[in-house]
Unconditional design. Sequence first.
Lengths: 354, 446
Amino acid sequence: MTTMTTGDLWFCLLAFMGIMYVILDGFDLGAGAVHLLVARSDAERRLVLRSIGPVWDGNEVWLIAAGGTLFFAFPALYAASFSGFYLPLMIVLWLLMLRGIAIEFRNHLDSPAWTPAWDVVFSASSLLLALFYGVALGNVVRGVPLTGEGWFFEPLWTDLRVAPEPGIFDWYTVSVGLTALAALVLHGALWLHCKTEGALQARARHIADRAWWSTFGLTVLITIFTWIVQPQLSVNAAAHPWGFVFPLAAATGLFGVRRQLARGAETSSFLASCAYLAGMLASAAFSVHPFVLPTIGDASNALTVDSAAAPRAGLEIALVWWLPGIVLAVVYALYVYRRFRGKVRLEAGWVPSA
Amino acid sequence: MDAVAAHRIHFAFTASYHYLFPQLTIGLGLLIVILKTVALRTGDAHYDDAARFWGRIFAITFAMGVATGIPLEFQFGTNWSRFSRAAGGVIGQTLALEGVYAFFLESSFLGLFLYGEARLGRRGHWLAAVLLFLGSWLSGYFIIATNAWMQYPVGHVRGASGQFELQSLAALLLNPWALPQYAHTMSAAVVTGCFVMASIGAYYLIVDEHAAYGRTFVRLGVVVGLAATWLQIFPTGDAQGRMVALHQPVTLAAMEGLFQSEEGAPLAILGQPDVPNRRLDNPLLVPRALSFLTYRRWTARVEGLDAFPEDAWPDNIALLYYCYHIMVGLGTIFVAITSLAAWQLWRGALFRSRPMLWVLMLSLPFPFIANTAGWATAELGRQPWVIYGLMRTAEGSSPLVSAGNALFTLLGFAGLYALLTILALFLVSREIVHGPGPDQAADPVG
C-alpha cells in the first residue's frame, strides 16, 4: 500500500465495521451458543438473556450498516458475493430472524411449554450463525469461481475439496467455521463471566477455559491452512512485513485471555478476546488485499479494491456523512453500555414459575 | 416459472410482509410520544400506563419489523445483482444512511425505552420515546429516498460501463418525487397506528373492560386519525398523483384504466380492465373528473394507454388498476369513518354509540390492506422498469440464481413468516386481553 486510494480507505472502513460487528454481536452469539450449557435453570437463562437484552439489537445493526456500506462502496462485490453465496446467505437470514424472535419473544410468556423451546431456538441459531460466519469468511479468503462477467454461484457442497469446483463447505472453510465457533464461544463465555455471579459465573469460566484450548489449537491450524490455500498471503507478507502486526495482535490477545483469566480479571480477559478477534479479522483482510473477492481459477477475474469500488465522486461524498454517523453510533453504544453496566440480577420480586 | 418472475414474487412477498410491521411502529411511535407528552405535562399516571401498554405492542411489532427487515437489506444483492452492481453507488448510500443514522438510533433507544423507565426518570423516558419515534421516521425517509430514485432517478451520471455514479447527495435526498411520497407514506402509517389504537379502545368499550383506557385510545385514535386520513387525500395523495401524471403518464393511464386518450377524461370508480380488448368492463364513471383531478381543468386532455407504445406499459395493468382502486377506495372510507367518529366525539356521543364502536373495532385490518395496495401501486406502476426509463426489471436480476433456487428460498420465507404471524398474533392478543394497567411495570425481557 504505497499510495492509498479512496477505495483502499473504504476497504479499511469496511474491515473496521466487520470487526466491530464480530466483537459486539460476537459476544451475544457466543453467549447464545453456550446458553443451554452454561445456564441450567429458568432463572439462570433469564440472566443470560438479560445480559444481552438491551444491547444485542444494536450490535446486530453493525451487520446491517456494514451491508449498506458494502453496497455503495463496492457495488460489484456486494452484487457478486450476495448472489453467489445465495443459499448460505438466505440460511443466515433465516437464522438471524429466528434468533431475534427467540430473544424478544421468550419472556413474553412464562410457561414450561414456551420458554424451553425458545431457549433451544436461541442457542441453536446462535451456534449455527457463528459457524456460518466462519465458513463465509473462509470462502472469501479461499476465493470463489468467478466468471469473466464477475458472477459465480456456489452450491452448498461439492466434493469438500478446495478446488477446482468448490462448494460453500469444504475442508478449509469448515475449519475456519469451527475456529469461529470456538472463538465466539470463548468470547461469549468471557462476556457472561463479566456479567454474572456465583454458579453461573463459575460455569462460564469453566467453558471459557475449555474453549480457549480449542480456539488456540484451531487458530494454529487455520493459520497453516491459509498459507497453503491463499497464495496472496505470502505475497503480501513478503511485500509488507509491517502486516505481521495483525497476527501479532491476535496472538497477544489470545495469550492475554489466558493470563487475565488466570488472574480472575473479568474485564481485561474480555478485552483481550476483543483484541484477538480484531487481530484475526484484520489479518484476514490483510492477507487478501488488494483482492476483495479472490478467485479460484482465472486470477484476472478476481474482484479487487479498484475493480469493485464505486466511482470516486460518490465515495468522497459518502465520507462526509459516514464518519459523523459512525461517531454518533459509537456514542449511543457507549451510553447504552454505561447505562446497563455491572452484573445482571433478577428483580427482587421475581419468582420462578411452577 | 421464469427466473425474473420468481425473483419478483420473492421481493414482493418479503417486502409486503415486512411492511405490515413498520407501518404500525411508525404510526404508534407518534401516538406513544403524544401519550408520554400528556403524561409528562399533566403528571397523570394513566397516560404513562397507556404508553407502557402500547410500548409492549410496539416491542412485539418492532421485533417482527427488525426480523423481517434484515432480508431486505441483502435481497438487492442476492436476487437483483445486475441492478445492484449498476445502481449500488447511488441507492447503497441511502440504504447505508438508514443503517448508520436511523437503525443505531432506534436500536439504542428501544432498549432504553423498554427496560429503562425506572432508571431514566420521567423526562429521560419521554426523551427515549421521542428518539425512538425520530429513528423510525428517519428510517422511513431513507427508504422513500431509495424508492423515489428508482421512480424518478436524479443526482447521478451514468459511467462508461453503464454504472450509475452519485453526483449529488443533496439531489438524491431532496428528490422532488421523495417529498410527496414521504408525506403520503408517513401519514398512511399514522392512519394504521390510529385505527389499531381506536380499534382496541373500541373493543375495551364494547366488552366493558379497561374502559377508562378504552376511551383514551378511541379519543386519541380518532382525533389523530381524522387529521391523517384527510392528509392522505389532500395534499399528500393529490401531490403524489400529480407527480405520477407528470413523470409516469403511462402509469397514470394504467392505474385509472384509461385505454383511450380523451379531453375531459372520466374517473373510473369501479370496473374491470379487459386489457386484450382495451376496455373497462362494467364501468362506473364520473364524467371529466380525471381531467380535473390531474390538470385542474374539466376539459384537459389526459393521455390514455393508446398514446404509448405497448412495451412501455406496466406489465400487469389489471393488478395495478385494482391495487390503486383498493387504496383509494379504502382511503375514502377511512375519511368517512374518522369524520363521523370525530363528529360524535365532539358531541360527546361516541362512547355510547355502539354501531360506531363496532365499526372502529372491525376496521383494524383495512389500513394494512390499503398500505400494502399503495405500495403495490407504486411498484407495479414503475414496471417494466426497475429504474424508471433507464433499466428494465428483466435486466436487473441475478443471472446465476435459478428460478428453482429463488423458489426454494421463497417457500422458506413463506413457511417462516406463517409461523411468525401465528406467534406475533398470539402474543399481541395476549397483551390485549391482559390489557393496560398500573400492574404492567415488569420488563418484557429478562
